[in-house]
Design a protein around this ligand. Structure first.
Ligand code: EPU
Length: 302
């Protein structure tokens, strides 16, 4: 979608929001898939309520883009624009056991920066690509930990009240790959309370997680991490593997040979290829195991 109304564009610029016209979301997603649209880059949180009001008044559909690492975007010209937070400098401030982190901060760098200040707990998240905001919204987790356990406060734009608010950690529910945030709430910043640990101990934990991940996941290939959530008490990857589906492809969308819940873009996969593969696998798993797998990957149709 292209923003063409010159009055609207002038009002957006007056808010200090920058426009990047006609970007390809294939360059903004770890899957390397996605069509074209305009992107609005926000430098100050305070400009968000005004911007969203303008877009609503002009009936411009929009979506909030984080790091694009758990996202499958439709092909071709998209019928909505994307809004993204610019990463401020600094994006992380440490005070005692608290880390105040901007939503646009890189998750992996946040984990290592905290380690340097003898703050641990998030070792399992090393190697999870994306922003802190995206990790927060999805309650990202790995190797027995989840980011929600450390959240003390969240600054967000709340769609329900159309304003920027602060929520305490105990006002938010964090479940397996799910949170109580509304779909159109926008994460702005988070305060994490992290346990003190020695740098050596944290780095040791990070190394172990890195090795496990390298041994079991197709790092370095274009993917969105795990495609399906694990059903209670079972592993989606193991079920797909047991069905002998590793290597199954639709066009260049392919089930990884290394981990069957990772679907990779082995070349020029389209969203259509990937969605066909997802539907095919879901059908086969349901037929054999009687379990309907739920997407973990977020799908934005064109
Ligand atoms: N397995 C297979 N074949 C496969 C993949 C896995 O037999 O192709 C078996 C493994 O041998 C193991 C079991 O299935 O016995 C579980 O596998 P793994 O330890 O890889 O964990 P997972 O349940 O597949 C989850 C998360 C990952 C996270 C890892 C490590 C989900 C959907 N996935 O994977 O998160 O990195 O545990 O904690 O919860 C993600 O969220 O995108 C993600 C990759």
């Amino acid at each position: 979608m292209r923003l063409e109304d010159s009055n609207l564009l002038a009002a957006i610029t007056a808010l200090g929001v920058e426009r990047e016209p006609g970007i390809s979301l294939s360059e903004y997603t770890s899957l390397g898939i996605g069509g074209t649209t305009d992107l609005l880059l926000i430098r100050k949180h305070e400009s968000i309520p005004g911007l969203l009001q303008l877009l609503d008044d002009s009936r411009i559909p929009h979506k909030f883009l984080g790091g694009g690492s758990n996202l499958l975007v439709g092909d071709g010209e998209l019928s909505w624009i994307v809004i993204q937070l610019a990463r401020p400098e600094p994006d992380l401030v440490i005070e005692g056991n608290f880390a105040r982190v901007d939503a646009a901060a890189d998750l992996g760098r946040t984990v290592t920066y905290c380690a340097k200040h003898d703050l641990g707990g998030m070792e399992g998240l090393i190697g999870v690509p994306g922003t802190v905001g995206g990790a927060l919204r999805m309650n990202a987790g790995a190797y027995g930990m989840q980011i929600g356990s450390y959240v003390r406060e969240v600054k967000l734009y709340r769609a329900a009240t159309r304003s920027i608010e602060i929520l305490r950690g105990d006002q938010i529910s964090f479940e397996y790959r799910h949170t109580s945030f509304a779909p159109d709430d926008m994460m702005l910043a988070v305060t994490l309370e992290l346990p003190s640990k020695s740098y050596r101990e944290i780095i040791q934990g990070i190394r172990i997680c890195n090795e496990k991940r390298r041994a079991s996941q197709p790092l370095g290939q274009k993917s969105a991490g795990c495609i399906f959530k694990n059903p209670p008490g079972a592993s989606a990857g193991r079920m797909i593997d047991e069905l002998g589906l590793k290597g199954l492809s639709v066009g260049d969308a392919r089930i990884s040979d290394r981990h069957a819940n990772f679907f990779v873009n082995a070349g020029k996969a389209s969203a259509k290829d990937m969605l066909t593969l997802i539907a095919d696998v879901r059908g086969r798993v349901e037929k054999t195991y009687g379990v309907k797998l739920e997407n973990e990957v977020v799908v934005w149709h064109a």
